[in-house]
Design a protein around this ligand. Structure first.
Ligand code: VAH
Length: 320
């Protein structure tokens, strides 16, 4: 049975990925690793959990050796807005951390490293609609540069014999753990605002379209790519994937149809607006669909229904 290390296990994706992997591989075979944010209680209670600072090669190497790791999901990362606010920390985590994971995985014979990338790799020079998988990557955020670095290093380590895979995740919407300082976070915060206050002030312009995905699809995509037949993969650490694209105005209308009286207003954050403007409105994910059968299950309407239902019980507030 594989022994799986998940870094960033306290984060928005990690906190949903660990329980799913433990269901599939057995609790004891999935080691949840966090660093600054404490790991959620359900994760600490259900299986092995460690503190891991990916900025230190020695601690990464020791964790892989001590736990007999065969597969890694490397999720530790500063997201786009936080990376702009703290470039030294973003470099140490997003660049040095990536290197440490790849080098320690190679030197310890790890079978596969899943290294999620992001739509943040694209710059304003890429086509904004149905952005193809294979275009020039000129990101204008440090986070985006770190994801291009991750893709390029992943491809290099594949040449050294390490099986590295990754998808360019869009904005991810979930109800379990709130994201930390990303540009697409509005698409989560708007639901908390709708349920708690019946209103939300958005930091992006109403017409800012971005690719998005509901968390259950994101988790399934990560596991599907890890388990994909390697002989079918033409791409490796750089698959476009998406499920939907929408603007703040569009998601607000969907919510208002279910939460009568919900109101949105706008106070633009220039930093996150500039980042969002450099990203695609929508992307073409046909390589992922052709090479490993990617197919989303949730569209915007289904996601809104599920988000409101789960947040209502999480916040124990009944609305609508
Ligand atoms: C962010 N949620 O906003 C992340 C992600 C594509 C968006 O990279 O920074």
């Amino acid at each position: 049975m594989d022994r799986i290390l998940v870094t960033g296990a306290a984060g928005q994706i990690g906190s949903d990925l660990v329980p799913e992997l433990r269901n599939l591989y057995g609790n004891e075979n999935v080691i949840a690793a966090g660093h600054v944010t404490p790991l959620p209680e359900d994760i600490r209670a259900s299986g092995p959990s460690i503190t891991l600072d990916v900025r230190s090669y020695e601690t990464v190497d020791r964790a892989i050796k001590e736990h007999g790791i065969t597969v890694v999901y490397h999720l530790s990362s500063l997201l786009s807005a936080l990376a702009e606010a703290n470039r030294p920390l973003a470099y140490a985590v997003n660049f040095t951390g990536n290197f440490n994971i790849l080098e320690a995985s190679l030197s310890n014979g790890v079978k596969r490293v899943n290294l999620p990338s992001s739509i943040a790799v694209f710059g304003a020079d890429a086509p904004s609609l149905d952005t193809p998988n294979d275009v020039s990557l000129n990101p204008t955020s440090l986070y985006g540069v770190s994801k291009v670095y991750g893709e390029t290093m992943g491809t290099y380590y594949r040449h050294l014999g390490l099986d590295v895979r990754g998808s360019r995740l869009p904005g991810i919407i979930s109800w379990k753990t709130e994201p930390t300082a990303g540009t697409t976070d509005y698409a989560v915060a708007i639901f908390y605002g709708a349920i708690s206050e019946g209103r939300y002030t958005c930091y992006l312009r109403p017409d800012t379209a971005l690719p998005m995905m509901y968390m259950p699809d994101a988790i399934r995509s990560l596991i599907l790519l890890d388990q994909a037949d390697p002989t079918r993969l033409i791409h490796s650490a750089n698959f476009n994937i998406t499920a939907m694209s929408f603007t703040p105005a569009q998601i607000a209308r969907e919510i208002e149809a279910r939460v009568p009286g919900f109101q949105i207003d706008y106070e633009i954050d220039p930093l996150r607006q500039a980042i969002a403007d450099s990203w695609p409105d929508s992307i073409d994910d046909s390589p992922a669909r052709n090479e490993w059968d990617w197919q989303p299950n949730y569209n915007m309407s289904a996601m809104v229904d599920d988000m409101l239902a789960n947040l209502r019980s999480k916040l124990s507030i009944d609305v609508g």
